[in-house]
Ligand binder design. Structure first.
Ligand code: BGC
Length: 720
């Protein structure tokens, strides 16, 4: 990357104190008319269901927005959040460039979480494809569309490892495993940023939420995080580090505290670790209103105190809380904050603007580019590929699937007719009309189907159908931010529908649309076939039919454990054994009223063929453990299989997880074909942290497992 340090220093030296503080201010438009609320509040209203997404889109389209132009002209705004159209971006940029004293261009940030207009599956879903090339590809198309709409930076990827299905934001990351989150996040960073950040179709990645936001107690959003340093460094931090290594140019501190200090004001986290230890020199931008919220968190006396703590900790830019713009001037003038501390933050803001090429080319898009950039046919194809590869076949008794081409199907459940719901949480740029519902896809394909809107239709339709398909799960508002659930079972309406369908005696296929793992023991027991489709994006309908009719052999594998009951949460595969692993006898680690095992384990997923594993070999070299295993497609259809490699350090100086994923590889196998898959695990990836945080190498017996999911029994022991 080009070095802009001289230019940055030079520009900073010309700035007044007010201009410097202005660069640290990010705001969103306020809406005038309609509800007269800020953009953030309007977003809130959509997320908590006070208004629908359609209403939100209508308001965004019609209500007059106040972009605080007077402040902008006065050099009091450095960045906007939530402005995603070329005309507005260019209009505001023109004010910044032509009407402010120094002409410093604006930075436009936006939550492009899983696609902009071409909404791809939610991240949790996409992670189930176990395919880094795909993750990068969908990141690239998101960047192409978003940058055409004027966006310079996306608040993604989120790599908050989460082991708790109750947390609504589990939908936004790659699930419960740290390695997988890191690989996923790094691929997204590459996709978003491309090979040169200054190109017009590259957008900066803002890694979030640093750190351990996914470990909130009891899965409740924004809740406290309390864990050992060893666990933090082994199970959470490596995912963030992987994204920094991949070149993410921005970072968002998490809302939660770590060891009692909220991340926004956590100097250890943002200075000692992120900047000094990891060498990060990009932008740190607070989460929405997070600086001011340090007051209710109980760590700051007032906004001014919060601003002081945040700037000292290394939070460069204030998103939405106005703490910097209101308090920093006074803090500097009173000598509470040295101007040099402010300068460091300003330099970080200027650096990302230089790197994005905004000084040379502040108008990176045009209405014309924008109008030609969206929803291209090739993007739709990628969205469909991603949706298909995300789907996980959880059960398929008696080979109900794939359906025969001429099968007559009865379709039930409101989600089958829905377009808006298919895009899932955090899809602000989505338009329901862009999305193809299941029913539309059935019509397009000329499938013989009937849709039952009422329970009273069931018997008649069942009599005239070969298979019944039930679209059940969650609404998109039921996952995502501020959408934790204390009960993750299917709702009563969906359970009753399933019961009625089962009563007809016809085979039932449950297609689940949801943003988190669900506890579905009834389905697992009684329904013949279950397809986990997640919230699949704009190509929902065609992708579901590709899987049901076997145009594509499903290959998705779970990246989160499916518990059998909510009370098992947090439930995850990489747990420790305890001294009394759950067993038949009384005094073991288990529940009286729920199994100790999950319903579906991490890594699990079926296909229309079957795979066998064998010939597992492992050897230690100077600096790695080399593993090989052969995978055979033992069935009659070609398919893709993700081979997984896990390890267990059997006896160590601290208790270690029963299994940890150390490698994975997706291979295409023709029917009957065998391939050898190899994993190289550097010894450094096996070490862990001791009592005093010293790094301890793995020694003694290492069990190495390979197979198609985290419960594989194929094992080899190696003495290290
Ligand atoms: C979320 C962030 C998001 C931000 C900006 C916050 O409420 O926690 O993930 O990027 O809003 O919209």
């Amino acid at each position: 990357m080009k070095n802009y340090e001289d230019k940055i220093k030079d520009l900073c030296s010309q700035m007044t104190l007010e201009e410097k503080i202005g660069q640290l201010q990010q705001c969103g438009p306020s809406l005038v008319g309609a509800f007269d609320v800020s953009f953030d509040e309007l977003l809130n209203m959509m997320f908590d269901g006070r208004i629908s997404q359609e209403e939100f889109n209508r308001l965004m389209g019609t209500a007059k927005q106040d972009f605080h132009e007077e402040d902008l002209r006065a050099g009091k705004i450095g960045s906007y959040n939530g402005v995603g159209d070329a005309a507005t971006v260019n209009r505001l940029q023109k004010i910044a460039v032509e009407e402010t004293r120094l002409g410093i261009p604006l930075l436009f940030g936006y939550d492009v979480i899983h696609g902009f207009r071409t909404v791809t599956p939610i991240p949790l879903a996409e992670s189930c494809a176990w395919e880094p090339e795909l993750w990068e590809k969908t990141g690239r198309i998101a960047a192409k569309e978003a940058t055409a709409a004027g966006v310079h930076m996306t608040f993604a990827p989120m790599v908050d490892v989460s082991k708790d299905a109750r947390w609504g934001r589990v939908s936004e990351g790659a699930g419960e495993d740290v390695l997988l989150n890191g690989v996923y996040g790094a691929a997204k960073v590459k996709g978003f940023q491309g090979d040169d950040l200054s190109k017009e179709d590259a957008m900066a990645a803002c890694l979030k939420h640093f750190a351990a936001y996914g470990a909130g107690e009891a899965g409740r959003d924004y809740n406290r995080v309390d864990m050992s340093m060893q666990r933090l460094w082994e199970e959470y931090m490596p995912a963030y580090k992987a994204c920094i290594d991949a070149g993410a140019r921005a970072v968002m501190p998490a809302f939660n505290d770590i060891n009692g200090v909220p991340c926004t004001v956590n100097r250890w986290l943002l200075r000692d670790i992120l900047r000094k230890k990891w060498g990060f020199d990009g932008l740190v931008i607070s989460d929405s209103n997070a600086i001011a919220e340090c007051v209710s968190h109980g760590i700051a006396e007032n906004k001014k105190d919060a601003a002081k703590q945040a700037i000292f900790a290394g939070t460069d830019m204030d998103m939405s809380s106005n703490s910097y713009i209101e308090c920093l001037k006074e803090l500097v003038e009173e000598g509470e904050v040295p101007e040099s501390v402010l300068d460091e933050a300003v330099e970080d803001v200027l650096r990302i603007k230089f790197e994005l090429g905004l000084f040379d080319n502040p108008y990176q898009t045009s209405g014309e580019r924008e109008s030609q950039a969206m929803l291209k046919e090739e993007y739709r194809l990628i969205a469909r590929e991603a949706a298909v590869k995300s789907m996980v076949l959880l059960k398929n008794e008696n080979d109900v699937l794939p359906l025969k081409k001429d099968a007559r199907i009865g379709v039930f459940g409101a989600l089958a007719a829905d377009k808006g719901q298919m895009t899932g949480a955090w899809s602000i740029g989505a338009r329901p009309e862009d999305c193809i519902s299941i029913l539309e896809a059935c019509r397009e394909r000329g499938i013989s189907y009937q849709y039952g809107e009422n329970l009273s239709d069931i018997q008649r339709i069942a009599d005239e159908s070969d298979v019944l398909v039930a679209a059940v799960g969650e609404l998109k508002e039921e996952s995502g931010e501020a959408a934790s659930r204390a009960d993750i079972t299917l709702n009563q309406e969906h359970l009753s529908l399933i019961k009625e369908l089962l009563g007809t005696g016809k085979p039932v296929v449950a297609v689940l649309f949801n943003g988190r793992p669900l506890a579905i023991p009834e389905l697992a027991e009684h329904v013949q076939t279950i397809v986990e489709a997640w919230h699949p994006g704009v190509e929902a309908g065609p992708a579901v039919l590709d899987v049901l009719y076997g145009d594509v052999n499903p290959s998705g594998k779970l990246t989160v454990t499916f518990p059998a009951a909510t009370g098992q949460c947090p439930m995850y595969y990489a747990h420790i054994n305890t001294g009394r692993p759950g067993g038949k006898s009384k005094f073991t680690s288990k529940y009286l009223d729920a199994p100790v095992e999950p319903l579906y384990p991490f890594g699990y997923g079926l296909s229309y063929t079957s795979y066998t594993y064998g010939d597992l070999k492992a050897e230690k070299t100077k600096d790695a453990v080399r593993v090989s295993v052969s995978v055979t497609n033992a069935g009659k259809r070609d398919g893709d299989e993700t081979a997984q490699c896990y390890v267990q350090d059997v006896a160590a100086k601290r208790v270690r997880p029963v299994r940890q994923l150390k490698g994975f590889e997706k291979v295409s196998l023709k029917a009957g074909e065998t391939k050898k898959v190899e994993f190289v695990i550097p010894l450094t990836d096996l070490s862990y942290y001791g009592w005093d945080m010293e790094e301890i190498p793995c020694e003694g017996t290492l069990r190495i497992y390979a197979g198609g999911d985290s419960r594989t029994e194929l094992m080899k022991e190696l003495i290290l």
